[in-house]
Ligand binder design. Structure first.
Ligand code: URA
Length: 203
């Protein structure tokens, strides 16, 4: 089995050798190993690369707020991503001003890290994997979209592990309706219940 150091070295090697599309740095997962609870996000953004940790930017603040609401803290969970480099789009405006923005990782970019994420899951050996948004959901399950499965617990036969799909925390930035806020909060409450009631079964 791979150890953490070799996983980190491979992330560095893959990220530094990838020249097909623009990228803006890379990070590794964060948190204890092994760990019963693993959150899997999409890909790091600017702040994550600057600080070398997943979910420390705007979406990360939302994520951590809800994590704390259900009585968990970052040091109790492992957090990682599906794509370990920051996928970016670089645009030059008419005035010559260059803007850099995040983009969703392409399928080929997610594939580059398939073995890395699998190795991290094996090493972390979580009892439950919480996918954040569509990118990790589609990478790890056969669900077509987060809308059809969020807030429910599934046993994934391929991984032989429980999966709990959730919306990505940045969805709250795009959908500010009271209805969505409520649904998002309720998913966290459901996760809390799952962690409590499944404790004897899966932990
Ligand atoms: N969004 C993600 O999906 N991952 C991060 O690490 C940060 C923001």
């Amino acid at each position: 089995m791979e150890d953490l150091k070799s996983i980190e070295n491979k992330i560095k090697e893959i990220s530094e050798n990838y020249k097909e599309e623009p990228t803006g740095g890379y990070i590794t997962g964060d948190g204890p190993v092994p760990c019963d609870i693993l959150f899997v996000g999409e890909a790091p953004g600017k702040t994550e690369v600057e600080q070398g940790k997943p979910f420390v930017g705007l979406a990360g603040k939302t994520f951590e707020k809800y994590l704390n609401i259900i009585g968990l803290t970052r040091n109790k969970v492992r957090i990682t991503n599906t794509c370990f480099f920051r996928p970016i789009t670089i645009k030059e405006g008419k005035n010559g001003k260059v803007t850099i923005s995040n983009r969703t990782p392409k399928i080929k970019e997610i594939s580059l890290f398939k073995e890395i994420l699998d190795a991290e899951i094996s090493l972390v050996n979580p009892k439950i994997i919480i996918t954040l948004g569509n990118v990790p959901l589609k990478r790890l399950t056969s669900f077509k979209s987060i809308g059809e499965c969020h807030g429910n617990l599934y046993f994934n036969e391929d991984l032989k592990r429980y999966i709990f799909p959730m919306y990505h925390p940045s969805a709250l930035t795009y959908n500010k309706t009271e209805e969505f806020n409520k649904a998002y909060y309720e998913d966290w409450v459901k996760l809390k219940k799952v962690l409590e009631t499944q404790k004897n079964k899966i932990f």
